[in-house]
Design a protein around this ligand. Structure first.
Ligand code: HEM
Length: 510
């Protein structure tokens, strides 16, 4: 009996506490002057791991009919933006607050970022000066010619393998399975220099290991939620396969780092272009920092893991969305094929029997514009979240608002990409928007003006943001291309930080 009393008391106390907290957050929300709405659970809280699958299952027929989320359920669903497009913003305006009673009890600040560090601190988990320092070492390898060349060559090879496997397997071929293998295999070569073929996991298992390197990468990628959510000691007990992949990859990275350091120390003059992988390029870049602060081995491992994490799903899903769009829009497909034929013709006229990164990549203007357009209509990374480190002023039109410290700011990029104020007829997929001088005034429902036709045909307009960045101008392109007078949405906004994850209010903005 006494147990019932204690439990009832605890439940009542917790409900009262949450109610009081909610009331105080509502008061704070009101003080900002922004529109606000309430939710029991916010998609960023741990409870959303429960509400998300339940609501997705319960409301699946409504979603499949394209009716979006009902207002009461919306914010309890992870990545609700995708199906919602702009509905929430049509209801509440460009920027609004979502107030929930949850908060510090569910998400503890250091743990949230720690989740991203199973192998070590990295460019995503860090902030401020330390983030910039990691970026300074890890960004250059992504723009190094030898790494880009490796990506180009291996992607061509993997696409050939995939096409050959489709011609054998006919109707049994799985687009998703093959595209995921293509991406994984390309990343294992570019990241670590280990080649693998098609959908089959391959590679010898060296002495002292229980998995090949490629198998260990696959295992880590497949078991990411376990590895990121469970503490190390629990991983072994609860998910032994995840633990095996994790330990093996950790061991491989240690060995590869040691090997590469020996090579660098001995000053062996090797043809770098044959061996530059992301790992070796990061180590090379790190060595250039001699005498100054350098990344530790743990930080190098942390960053390489982050490349796997950040690069795998994003790239594979972009290719999948592009492929499906090509199948659904034969006229776009015809234009892509036309461009591929033209690029081949030019290469043959120049006496080349293969396409090359240096000569041909920049000729695929329509293809790049097509990829941008697919990513505009179906943003792959949603949402983008930051936290106000101090009180922050927000100017919307002629109004000034003040966001309190530690407000979660969520940039709803799906809503931005579907805002008619940014893109005319936003739901129409039209790659040529990106080939004219002002993509934002391109109206796909109208005939092209002579000026636009000239720009498209001559191919002289630079495609926005399609340029190499270095750590000094990283993040600036978003600012350079944003519309005049639009709110600053770039990561360079000094007050926005990912360092702490306490939350009370959630500001969703476009
Ligand atoms: C089409 C494919 C990709 C898309 C759509 C994409 C999208 C994004 C977005 C939106 C962000 C910003 C997230 C935020 O600030 O909250 C981001 C950051 C990042 N991405 Fe990608 N990404 C792609 C491919 C890749 C690849 C292939 C890699 C590495 C191999 C990668 C590594 C990173 C890293 C390290 C960051 C964090 C940078 C920082 O915080 O300084 N991404 N990506």
């Amino acid at each position: 009996m006494s147990a019932y009393i204690v439990i009832s008391f605890l439940v009542a106390f917790s409900c009262l506490y949450k109610l009081l907290r909610l009331l105080s957050y509502i008061r704070t929300a009101k003080s900002t002057g922004l529109p606000y709405t309430l939710t029991f659970i916010h998609e960023f809280e741990s409870w959303a791991y429960l509400t998300d699958p339940v609501l997705r299952w319960a409301l699946r027929s409504r979603i499949m009919r394209g009716r979006g989320w009902p207002a009461w359920a919306r914010f309890m669903v992870k990545d609700w933006h995708y199906e919602d497009k702009r509905a929430a913003h049509d209801q509440f305006g460009a920027v609004f607050l979502v107030v929930s009673p949850g908060g510090m009890a569910f998400i503890k600040p250091p743990e949230k970022m720690k989740m991203l560090e199973p192998f070590g601190p990295n460019v995503v988990s860090l902030d401020g000066a330390r983030w910039r320092f990691h970026l300074g070492i890890t960004l250059p390898p992504f723009t190094a010619d030898n790494v880009l060349g490796l990506i180009w060559d291996e992607t061509l090879r993997q696409v050939d393998i995939m096409a050959a496997s489709w011609s054998h397997s006919g109707a049994k071929a799985s687009l998703k399975h093959n595209v995921y293998s293509l991406t994984m295999n390309t990343m294992s070569l570019v990241g670590f220099g280990k080649r693998s073929e098609g959908a089959e996991v391959s590679g010898a298992v060296p002495r002292g290991h229980t998995l090949s390197l490629v198998e260990s990468i696959q295992s880590v990628v497949l078991h990411l939620p376990h590895i990121m959510l469970l503490p190390h000691w629990a991983l072994k007990q609860v998910a032994s396969k995840a633990h095996q992949g994790y330990s093996e990859l950790e061991m491989y990275m240690t060995e590869l780092i040691k090997q590469e350091k020996t090579r660098l120390d001995s000053g062996v003059a090797e043809n770098k272009s044959n061996r530059a992988t992301l790992l070796t390029a990061v180590l090379d870049a790190n060595t250039q920092k001699v005498g100054r602060d350098m990344l530790t081995d743990t930080e190098i491992k942390g960053n390489i893991f982050m490349f796997l994490l950040a690069g795998y799903d994003t790239t594979a899903n972009t290719i999948l969305f592009c492929t499906i769009t090509l199948a659904l829009y034969p006229s776009i497909q015809a234009q892509v094929i036309n461009e591929v034929d033209l690029v081949w013709k030019k290469a043959e006229m120049a006496g080349r029997t293969e396409l090359s990164l240096a000569h041909d990549m920049s000729r695929f203007r329509y293809l790049i514009a097509f990829m941008y357009e697919v990513m505009r209509v179906f943003p792959i990374v949603l949402p983008i979240a930051r936290l106000t480190a101090g009180p922050q002023s927000l100017h919307i039109g002629t109004n000034n608002h003040r966001l309190p410290t530690e407000t979660h700011v969520v940039v709803n990029n799906t809503a931005i990409h579907h805002d008619p104020a940014n893109w005319l007829s936003p739901s129409i997929i039209e790659p040529r928007r990106w080939l004219v001088s002002d993509p934002h005034s391109f109206d796909p429902t109208k005939l092209r003006s002579p000026q636009e036709m000239k720009e498209i045909n001559e191919g002289t307009m630079p495609i926005p943001s399609h340029r190499r960045e270095n750590e000094d101008d990283y993040g600036q392109s978003t600012l350079a291309h944003r519309k005049k007078g639009a709110p600053n949405r770039g990561r360079t906004t000094a007050q926005i930080t990912t360092a702490q994850m306490n939350h009370r209010l959630w500001a969703t903005g476009t």
